[in-house]
Design a protein around this ligand. Structure first.
Ligand SMILES: Nc1nc2c(ncn2[C@@H]2O[C@H](COP(=O)(O)OP(=O)(O)OP(=O)(O)O)[C@@H](O)[C@H]2O)c(=O)[nH]1
Ligand SMILES: [Mg+2]
Length: 461
């Protein structure tokens, strides 16, 4: 347990009904008692109970605020240390005054995430669970919230730990074989076991890895790129979906130069929309960079909205881009129906020319077709490759990276086994896999990395 007692205002800044000052550490209870006047005589407050009274300045006995206080004794607390929470009136002054008194009584201001960091350091939660806390706070959709809750309960941690335990067992057998090379029969048996164990650990790791993209989608939203040639109406489409004039729209081709990113919530799923520069050959320096970025956005997208101008012909550039995205979900938008004599004929022609994509006719100028597009997006998400499964999912790039390295090390181990390498060489790959897995739960994570993860939290958490 850390000897320093920390304090922070745990509620967001600004005015609210109540605001909470949270104290954690060995001096928490003594500090709380020193500046609280109970409304009734209380000999010794019970743990995890709310008491009514006043926060008073011990120096002059003057009341600072009317409040409720809870004393929570270790270890059944958020940090596993003694925790005191004072529920003040939620204004800036009462909270600041109360905080000041706690600081004067000997606590120090907590850093962002320090309460959760203590929960981690005191062994109440592991690193993956701590990360779930921040994801839960930041969740913007119900699905993202459920996913974070599952991770907070330790579902991902349990699976990762099970794989790691089995590898550790293999490692100890292998090390025994290294230490006692005279037992050749032991070695043979060990290697067979090792091969089976490695193969099943690899399969498990890859199964988890496969959930990573879906996990990211649920947490960050579906990365949706609006792509097309210049002047077809891409920025108009972004504005229509946002219901806000966010992007600049002009009649000049090449208006959008940079990537523009915005989030929308469509039927409970978050979509991260990027408007891009129209893709074409150009001599303009800035536009060139914009086109490069558009191509990158196309590559990173989970879903593509490809905009076409119905009054113009589909050209080789369109075909080339569409051919390059074959395996991704893509919706064609036949825009500017108002400019063609028969939109039905134009749409039919397009459907024949580019048969592999769903097509939505629109006139963004006249506000036609938006609802159909939104329905098409939702149905693609829910039946297509961006479908949302129920099992455990990997949700952060950090976890995905660790799993990738695990999987690589295990593959190398299998190759080394097949090539008949010596046990001490095999142990190197096995060690690497065990290390990488341990990073997810925090067993083998470097202190400065853990530090950085917690600094991303908000103050008071
Ligand atoms: N007639 C008609 N014009 C449209 C429609 N949608 C967009 N436009 C016009 O087409 C022009 C280009 O629209 P933008 O939304 O800027 O097109 P963009 O694809 O973002 O263009 P760049 O950023 O230059 O690649 C503007 O003058 C819009 O008013 C439509 O449905 N019908
Ligand atoms: Mg544009």
């Amino acid at each position: 347990m850390s000897e320093e007692t920390i304090v922070a205002i745990a509620t967001p800044p600004g005015e609210g009904g109540i605001g909470i000052v949270r104290i954690s550490g060995s001096a928490a209870c003594a500090i709380g008692l020193s500046l609280f006047r109970f409304s009734r005589q209380v000999a010794k407050p019970k743990t995890h109970r709310l008491y009514y009274g006043h926060v008073v300045n011990p120096a002059d006995g003057r009341a600072v605020d009317e409040a409720l206080i809870a004393f929570m004794q270790a270890p059944h607390t958020y940090t596993r240390e003694d925790v005191v929470e004072i529920n003040c009136h939620g204004g800036i002054m009462p909270l600041a005054k109360t905080l000041e008194l706690v600081l004067a009584a000997g606590a120090r201001l907590a850093q962002p995430g320090e309460f959760t960091q203590r929960a981690f350091l005191n062994g109440r939660i592991d690193l993956a669970q701590a990360e779930a806390v921040i994801q839960l706070i930041r969740a913007k959709t119900e699905q993202a919230m459920e996913l974070s809750l599952a991770q907070l309960e330790g579902r991902l941690s349990r699976q990762v730990r099970a794989i790691r335990q089995s590898l550790l067992r293999q490692l100890s057998h292998l090390e025994a074989a290294i230490d006692f090379p005279e037992h050749h029969d032991v070695e043979d048996l060990t290697l067979t076991e090792l091969r089976c164990g490695t193969a099943s650990a690899l399969a498990e790791t890859q199964r988890l890895l496969q959930t990573a993209d879906q996990g990211r989608i649920m947490r960050e939203g579906v990365h949706t790129a609006i792509i097309g040639r210049p002047n077809v109406g891409k920025s108009s489409l972004l504005n229509a979906l946002l219901r806000e004039q966010r992007a600049i729209v002009t009649a000049v081709p090449g208006t959008t130069r940079d990537i523009l990113e915005e989030s929308i919530n469509l039927g409970g799923v978050a979509l991260t929309m990027v408007d891009t520069a129209g893709i074409r050959e150009t001599a303009d320096e800035a536009e060139k960079i914009g086109v490069e970025r558009a191509k990158r956005a196309l590559k990173n997208a989970d879903l593509i909205l490809y905009v076409l101008d119905l009054s113009a012909q589909v050209n080789a550039e369109d075909r080339e881009i569409l051919a390059s995205i074959k395996e991704k979900p893509c919706i064609l938008i036949g825009n500017k129906t108002d400019l063609v004599a028969s939109s039905l004929a134009s749409v039919n022609k397009l459907t024949v020319e580019l048969p592999s994509f769903p097509l939505v006719p629109m006139s963004l100028l006249e506000g036609q077709g938006l609802e159909l597009l939104e329905q098409t997006i939702i149905s693609l998400i829910f039946q297509g490759s961006v479908k949302v499964p129920q099992s455990t999912m990997v949700t952060t790039a950090r976890h995905k990276d660790a799993l990738k390295r695990t999987s690589l090390a295990l593959e190398e181990l299998l190759a080394a086994l097949a090539a008949g390498y010596a046990p001490d060489l095999l142990a190197i790959d096995l060690h690497a896999a065990v290390e990488a897995l341990g990073e997810i739960t925090g067993e083998t994570v470097a202190a400065d990395l853990a530090e950085e993860i917690f600094r991303n939290f908000c103050i008071g958490k």
